[in-house]
Write a protein that binds this ligand. Structure first.
Ligand code: ARG
Length: 727
């Protein structure tokens, strides 16, 4: 089995010549040998491709994990210790926080293994291997097929590949599309489900600078946290039980699997040093066309920003007034604010960097290429026309669709909760068996408990009333969810009145009423609740979106697939990397300062002195814990200071990352950990659509600052002791 992979890899290696350049590009680890090794080594890397990604021996990739399905984490000790970002752990930290034990504010440190906190919803996945399955997936596909038939044939092939592969160990199997449906790869993962919180700094360290500094350089944020992977005593994955033990190399090898933990370097970085980042970038749109950029700039981005402005104001008002609400909504607020600011920066960047015009230039070139021969003409001739048509059709519905998602589905908590709870209640009512009924009831109760734990009815009511009023005023009536008509008829179109009645009466909006209702649910009554009426209507509209835009969606899929295929044929000497899609990637480049604006120069690293300069006592973003101020006064940095005696906090490098990479390891030329990546910079916020070599930077937290906080600030020296520090 293994031999076969080697032969295939070798054949690919010998067949294709390559040119790639560092910094831009999120590369598939499986192809490093063929595409990147020479270039990486020229840039300084001292490891071989086989030491980075191997399916025959332990390699660097075995230290990299999917964290919870939304971030990246890496193994940093022989006993399953994981490093990721503070903002990736935010939900988990919040879930363990209360007014008495406010870990969000004060931080949390397990001083021994028994204090490490379980998180039932968290998991990490390790990539076992990936494979090119393009030929198998496209076997029954031809150019003559309609987009719908094509989709069907592809799905059937994917299902059979998955079934076959799934029989191996209990691996999780994914098959993903690359280059907009031109290539397909399979990924096998092993999932661990007992992931315990080990440590997190206070938010004044882990989220220092808050929304003001978010997406910005110069930065001074200790955006890190630590977890530990637990498994059954025999080393196999298991959900939480007291008997579980930390995952170790020995246990892993006993199960014929590989284990790697990253050695940690105290050397730090200098300008132009080689760095690489490994992880799971979620999504980029580098092949977006000019029509897509226009729609984003004119409709989608401003609509999202405008809606979120209102959402955030309402949240903040209630959070400021009530400390309990502040904890309950901490994560929701941070998540909403993160992409609110993202879309503001993205639009600015797209305009300033002329991305629309650059896309038009590429399309003009493509048009020439598509007309160079009859063969090209018949294959690529209609690609751009299809894309243009698709966007001109969806331009009509985009604003309504954005409202439907940002206000309808996600604007308040009641809509999705009602939808899911209703689903479970219906199942409960349809179940006769007494035991099954009890189990469903239990499930429903714990689902509701989790929901109401982070729910404030007054806040949700105000959001409902004001956000839906905005929806009503700004979206053309033809695109309103059906219950708007009901609000017109029974409440004179007044969402405030509708909300007042709904939140006062509905069992979906109050935990006690909810628990009372589900002990003797009644279908007739249920359908009359205003929360049910609103939720049901919104969800119906949402599901209807697909068929509303079915034709445009098909045109866009065909157009994009042909466009990307043609682009690659048009420039055969250039190696195009695929868009991010939450599969493992590596990106490499160098540490580097930059010029954000005329006459302005930004250095590549920040210090604790600089962090102190930003200190504003009592401020919700720039306050600092007493203890950190004292350590700074005493200049007590231990072995974590640099050669000048400064403590480096953050640094920047021109690697190519995006959301999902959060928590990713930053690794030096020797394969040692030097930081954790947590953000991008303001001047290149358009980077998910067009990479800007001169401007785009990854912002990372220096590992020495991480160790300083763990050791000097928290006194969690037992954690330092289990790591491999290299001096
Ligand atoms: N912008 C970062 C990212 O998306 C998240 C940073 C979280 N910090 C914050 N202040 N909200 O990866």
């Amino acid at each position: 089995m293994l031999k076969k992979f080697l032969v295939v890899a070798l054949a690919i290696f010998m067949a294709i010549p390559t040119i790639v350049k560092a910094d831009e590009g999120m590369w598939l680890p499986m192809f490093i040998k063929r595409l990147n090794e020479v270039d990486m080594q020229a840039a300084g890397l001292q490891l071989t491709a086989e030491e980075l990604y191997s399916i025959n021996q332990s390699s660097l990739k075995d230290a990299i994990a999917v964290f919870g399905g939304f971030c990246t984490a890496e193994v940093i000790s022989a006993e399953g210790l994981l490093l990721t970002n503070h903002h990736c752990a935010y939900d988990a930290i919040q879930s363990h926080s209360s007014l008495e034990n406010d870990y969000l504010t004060d931080g949390f440190w397990a001083m021994n293994r028994t204090d490490e906190l379980a998180n039932p919803d968290l998991y990490v996945d390790f990539l076992i291997r990936m494979e090119d399955v393009t030929d198998r997936v496209l076997k029954e596909v031809s150019d003559e097929l309609s987009e719908a038939d094509r989709k069907k044939a592809i799905q059937e092939a994917i299902n059979s590949i998955k079934n076959e592969a799934g029989e191996e160990n209990d691996y999780i199997v994914q098959v993903k599309s690359f280059y907009e449906g031109n290539e397909f790869y399979m990924f096998l993962y092993e999932r661990f489900q007992d992931i315990r919180l080990v440590g997190a700094p206070p938010s004044s360290v882990g989220k220092y600078g808050g929304d003001t500094d978010n997406w910005m350089w110069p930065r001074h944020t200790g955006d890190f946290s630590m977890f530990r992977i637990y498994c059954a005593p025999d080393g196999t994955p298991a959900t939480y039980t007291e008997e579980n033990v930390p995952l170790t190399k020995e246990l892993r090898e006993k199960n014929n699997a590989f284990y790697h933990h990253l050695p940690i370097s105290l050397e730090g970085v200098s300008n132009e040093d080689f760095t690489m980042v490994w992880g799971y970038p979620g999504s980029t749109d580098r092949y977006l066309t000019s029509w897509g950029v226009r729609q984003l700039l004119d409709i989608k981005a401003p609509t999202i920003v405008d809606i979120r402005d209102l959402k955030l104001n309402i949240m903040k008002k209630h959070m400021d007034a009530n400390p309990k609400v502040r904890i309950q909504y901490a994560s929701k607020h941070a998540r909403t604010a993160n992409y609110w600011k993202y879309f503001i920066g993205q639009s600015k960047g797209l305009k300033r960097l002329g991305v629309y015009e650059k896309k038009q230039d590429i399309e003009a070139e493509f048009e020439v290429f598509a007309n160079t021969s009859e063969e090209h003409q018949s294959k690529y001739g209609e690609a751009l026309g299809l894309i243009e048509e698709a966007y001109s059709e969806t331009n009509e519905t985009e604003k309504g669709a954005t409202f439907l998602s940002e206000v309808g589905v996600r604007g308040t908590d009641v809509v999705l909760f009602t939808y899911r709870a209703n689903h479970m209640i219906t199942k409960l009512m349809g179940t006769e068996d007494a035991e099954a009924k009890l189990a469903l009831l239990d499930e429903l109760k714990s689902f509701a408990e989790a929901h109401f734990k982070n729910y404030n009815a007054a806040l949700d009511e105000e959001q409902f009333a004001r956000l839906f009023a905005k929806y009503q005023a700004e979206v053309t009536p033809a695109q309103h969810p059906s219950f708007f008509a009901y609000v017109d008829k029974k409440f004179k179109g007044d969402f405030q009145k509708y909300a007042a009645k709904m939140y006062a009466k509905s069992f979906f909006t109050d935990e006690d009423r909810f628990n009372a209702f589900i002990t003797s649910p009644n279908a007739k009554k249920l359908a009359k609740y205003l929360a049910y009426i609103a939720s049901n209507s919104v969800i119906q509209s949402y599901f209807g979106l697909g068929s509303l835009n079915a034709e445009a969606t098909e045109k866009l899929a065909t157009g994009n697939r042909l466009f990307v295929d043609g682009l690659r044929k048009m420039n055969p000497e250039k190696t195009y990397y695929p868009n991010a899609n939450f599969s493992m990637r590596t990106t490499y480049g160098t540490v580097g300062d930059y010029i954000p604006a005329d006459a302005v120069h930004y250095d590549y690293e920040t210090t604790l002195d600089g962090l102190m300069e930003k200190f504003v006592p009592g401020d919700h973003e720039f306050d600092l814990p007493e203890r950190l101020i004292d350590l700074h006064k005493a200049q007590d940095y231990g072995p974590y200071a640099d050669e000048n005696g400064d403590l480096i906090v953050n640094f920047i490098h021109n690697t190519d990352i995006t959301g999902g990479n959060s928590g990713s390891p930053v690794i030096n030329a020797k394969g040692h950990l030097i930081g954790t990546a947590f953000d991008g910079n303001w001047e290149a916020m358009s980077g998910d659509i067009a990479f800007e070599s001169e401007l785009q930077r990854t912002i990372s937290c220096d590992i020495r600052y991480v160790l300083f906080i763990v050791d000097k600030y928290a006194g969690a020296t037992h954690l330092i002791e289990e790591m491999d520090l290299v001096y």
